[in-house]
Design a protein around this ligand. Structure first.
Ligand code: I3S
Length: 126
């Protein structure tokens, strides 16, 4: 029988396109590779879609899953020294995954930083 998650877990708080590079997986460093990602923030997770929103919606029928990031116990910080690009911040998960997110547009990256920080601060730390 299907379990229906609480409504607040289903609610999208913010979505949009950012540049994304995953730089560690489970504590293991990865080669940095920037790409555009469709990003969906809800109360306790972020989903990264490789494709456009349009594409992602049509892929849902075929069971194509986005990369999902658990925000419980995650950290967010500006990461000037991790890239030559402007406006880069890093999210580090409890499981040791590290993501860089970037936009050339100042207000866009600031909005995302604060939205993700607020989501993390509202969650239990473990
Ligand atoms: O921190 P790095 O290694 O200088 O990051 C650059 C590389 O990931 C580079 O790819 P190659 O490893 O294939 O050369 C990317 O093209 C660059 O964008 C990365 O640097 P920035 O400063 O853009 O994050």
């Amino acid at each position: 029988k299907d379990v229906i998650p609480p409504l607040e877990q289903l609610m999208v708080e913010k979505e949009g396109y950012l540049q994304k590079a995953k730089i560690a997986d489970g504590g293991k460093k990865l080669r940095k590779n920037w790409s555009t990602s469709w990003i969906v923030l809800s109360s306790r997770k972020i989903e990264f879609y490789k494709e456009s929103k349009q594409q992602a919606l049509s892929n849902m029928k075929t069971g194509n899953k986005p990369e999902s990031v658990d925000l419980c116990g995650a950290h967010i910080e500006w990461a000037k020294e991790k890239s030559s690009r402007k406006n880069v911040f890093q999210i580090t998960t409890l499981s040791g995954n590290e993501f860089l997110l970037q936009s050339d547009i100042d207000f866009i990256i600031l909005d995302w930083f604060h939205a993700i920080k607020n989501a993390i601060d509202r969650l239990p730390k473990d």
